[in-house]
Design a binder for this molecule. Structure first.
Ligand code: NAP
Ligand code: MG
Length: 503
C-alpha cells in the first residue's frame, strides 16, 4: 500500500530532501499525481546502507494505458505541439532554471538513490541535466526542413518542393539507473523541444530524481499530458509502453539484452526505435603518451561512477615499453581510493547501485580468476555493509574469456600490452560493442588514424568521459541504433515530410 513515511531515518539528509522522501511518490498522468491503479508500491534502496529509502508507486499496464491516452490527447488536442516554438523554448528554459536552482537537493537525492558521490552529482549530473534541457530548448526554434531542387520534367510546369520536420507524436522513453537524472533529461528535452509528448519510465532502482524533475517541469508550466511519468518495473510497465499502439516511437537506454527485446517488440507495430546499449570500450595508451595524463585518464575511464557507465573504458591496451609503468600507476590509484557512502565528503568511490549488480560484478571478478586472469589490484568486496566493490584491475586475461569479452558495468579493468600500433585497432574492434574509445598519444597522425579505424560512436583523444549535448552520441554494432544529442537527436523525434506543389 501507498505509505507516506520513509521507512528508515537518514539522519544526515537535508530538510528539503527529507521532506521529499517522506511524501508519497506517485505516478504523474495527465497532469495529476496519482497512485498506481493497483495501489501497489515498491521499495527503493540506499545502496550504501542497504536501507529502504521509501515506497514508490508501481505503475503497470493500466497506468500505461491512461498515460498513453493522456499523451495522445495532449499531442492531438493540447497546445504543446501547436505552441509557437519560442514559447516551448521558454517553458523548457524555465524548467532548466528550476532544476539549476534545486541543484543541492537534486544532487543529494540522486546520490541517496543511486549511491554515487554527492560531490559528483553536484558537479556533473545536475549541470549536465540543466545543460541538456537548455541545449534542446534552443532547438525548438531551429527545427526546419529544406527547399528541394526537383527535376520533374513536365513541359511548361514548375514545381515548389520542400520538406517539413514534424514531431513524431507520443514517445515512450525507458531509462537505466546509472545516470538517472541525466538520462531523463536526455530523453525528455529533445522530445519536448520537437513538440512530442512522452511517457517516461525510470529504472526501478532509481526512480526518485525523475519524480523530482517532473515536479519541477510541472512548476515550470509544461502543460498536462506532455510528460507522463510511470515508475515501475520493466517487464510490466516498460513492456506495456513498448507494446502500446498509441506510442509512435520508443527511445530506450539500457542493456543490450533488453534492448534487443525492446526493438523486436517495437517493430511489431513499426514504431520508430532508438537504442543506446552497452559497451566494452577500449582505452589505448601509446608509448609517446603523456603518461601522467594517460594513467589518470585510464583510472577515471573505468572507476568513475563505480564503472557503471556505458562508455566505461573497461579494456586497456598499453604499448609494450610503457606497460609496466602504466600498470604500477593504475595499481597505486586503485589501491589508494577511499570507498564510502556518497554523502561522505572523503569518499572517492561509492557503492554499486544494487545487490543484484554487486553480485553480478563479483561474479565477473570470480570468472576472471577462474579463467586464468591475474589480479593486479582489488579483486573483491569492500566492507560488510553496502554494495561496495574494490577498484579492480586484471592482466593476462585470455581474449576468449568471459571477463575480457562481456560488459561488467562495474569497476573492473582488463589490461593488456600491444606491440604494433597498426594492429591495435583490430584488437580494439574485436568486440560485439562499439560505443566509445579513448586514445592517449601525442602523435597526431596515430591519433587520427586510430580515430578513423576504431568502430565506435565516440572516439576521445587524450580525454575520456567528456560529453556535450551538441555532439552525437550512440553506438556502432551491438551498442545501439541511432544517435542522441546534436541535430541527430532532433531527427529521432521528428518525421520528415516532403511537400511537392505544382505552381
Ligand atoms: P536494463 O536492465 O536493460 O534496464 C533498462 C531499462 O529497461 C529499465 O528501466 C528497465 O526496467 C527497463 N526494462 C527491462 N525490461 C524491459 C522490458 N521487457 N520492456 C521494456 N523495458 C524494460 O539495463 P540496466 O541494468 O538498468 O542498465 C545498465 C545497462 O545500460 C548497461 O548495459 C549499460 O551499458 C547500459 N547503458 C547504456 C547507455 C548508453 O547510452 N548506451 C547509457 C547508460 C547505460 P527495470 O528498472 O524494472 O529493470
Ligand atoms: Mg535506489
Amino acid at each position: 500500500m501507498e505509505s507516506a513515511a520513509s521507512v528508515f531515518e537518514f539522519a544526515d539528509l537535508s530538510p528539503a530532501v527529507s521532506a521529499f522522501v517522506a511524501k508519497p511518490k506517485r505516478l504523474y498522468i495527465d497532469g495529476q499525481w496519482v497512485p498506481a491503479a493497483s495501489g501497489k508500491t515498491f521499495k527503493t534502496m540506499d545502496p550504501a546502507s542497504e536501507q529502504v529509502i521509501c515506497e514508490v508507486a508501481e505503475g503497470d499496464r493500466e497506468d500505461v494505458e491512461r498515460a498513453a491516452r493522456a499523451a495522445h490527447k495532449a499531442f492531438y488536442e493540447g497546445e504543446w505541439s501547436r505552441m509557437i516554438p519560442a514559447a516551448r523554448e521558454s517553458l523548457l528554459l524555465k524548467w532548466a532554471d528550476l532544476v539549476e536552482a534545486d541543484t543541492e537537493s537534486l544532487a543529494e537525492l540522486e546520490s541517496l538513490d543511486n549511491g554515487k558521490l554527492v560531490r559528483y552529482a553536484k558537479r556533473i549530473d545536475v549541470p549536465a541535466t540543466v545543460q541538456l534541457i537548455r541545449y534542446f530548448a534552443g532547438w525548438a526554434t531551429k527545427i526546419g526542413g529544406t527547399t528541394v531542387n526537383v527535376s520533374i520534367g513536365i513541359p511548361n510546369t514548375e514545381f515548389l518542393a520542400y520538406t517539413l520536420r514534424q514531431p513524431v507524436g507520443v514517445v515512450g522513453q525507458i531509462i537505466p539507473w546509472n545516470f538517472p537524472m541525466v538520462m531523463a533529461a536526455l530523453k525528455l528535452a529533445p522530445a519536448l523541444a520537437c513538440g512530442c509528448t512522452s511517457i517516461l519510465k525510470p529504472a526501478e532502482q532509481t526512480p526518485l530524481s525523475a519524480v523530482r524533475l517532473v515536479e519541477l517541469a510541472e512548476e515550470a508550466g509544461i502543460p498536462k499530458g506532455v510528460i507522463n511519468l510511470i515508475t515501475g518495473f520493466g517487464e510490466t510497465a516498460g513492456q506495456a509502453i513498448v507494446e502500446h499502439p498509441l506510442v509512435r516511437k520508443v527511445a530506450f537506454t539500457g542493456s543490450t539484452v533488453v534492448g534487443k527485446h525492446v526493438g523486436k517488440v517495437a517493430i511489431d507495430s513499426l514504431k520508430r526505435v532508438s537504442l543506446e546499449l552497452g559497451g566494452k570500450s577500449p582505452v589505448i595508451i601509446a608509448k609517446d603518451a603523456n603518461l601522467d595524463d594517460a594513467i589518470g585518464g585510464a583510472a577515471n575511464a573505468i572507476f568513475f561512477n563505480q564503472g557503471q557507465v556505458c562508455v566505461a573504458g573497461s579494456r586497456l591496451f598499453v604499448e609494450e615499453p610503457v606497460f609496466d609503468d602504466v600498470m604500477s600507476g593504475l595499481k597505486e590509484i586503485a589501491g589508494s581510493m577511499k570507498l564510502g557512502g556518497g554523502r561522505n565528503p572523503d569518499s572517492q568511490m561509492g557503492p554499486l547501485v544494487s545487490k543484484e549488480q554487486h553480485d553480478r560484478v563479483l561474479g565477473y571478478i570470480d570468472s576472471g580468476r577462474r579463467e586464468g586472469g591475474e589480479v593486479v589490484a582489488g579483486g573483491g568486496r569492500h566492507g560488510n555493509t553496502g554494495y561496495f566493490v574494490q577498484p579492480t584491475i586484471f592482466k593476462n586475461c585470455n581474449s576468449a574469456s568471459t571477463l575480457y569479452k562481456e560488459e561488467v558495468f562495474g569497476p573492473v579493468l582488463v589490461a593488456s600490452s600491444y606491440k604494433d600500433a597498426d594492429e591495435i585497432a583490430a584488437h580494439a574492434n574485436d568486440t560485439i560493442y562499439g560505443l566509445a574509445a579513448s586514445v592517449w598519444t601525442q602523435n597526431l597522425s596515430l591519433a587520427h588514424r586510430l580515430a578513423k579505424r576504431i568502430e565506435a560512436g565516440l572516439v576521445w583523444v587524450n580525454c575520456h568521459h567528456l560529453i556535450d549535448p551538441a555532439l552525437p552520441f550512440g553506438g556502432f554494432k551491438q551498442s545501439g541504433i541511432g544517435r542522441e544529442q546534436g541535430a541527430d537527436g532532433i531527427a529521432l523525434y521528428t518525421e520528415t515530410k516532403s511537400v511537392l506543389m505544382r505552381i
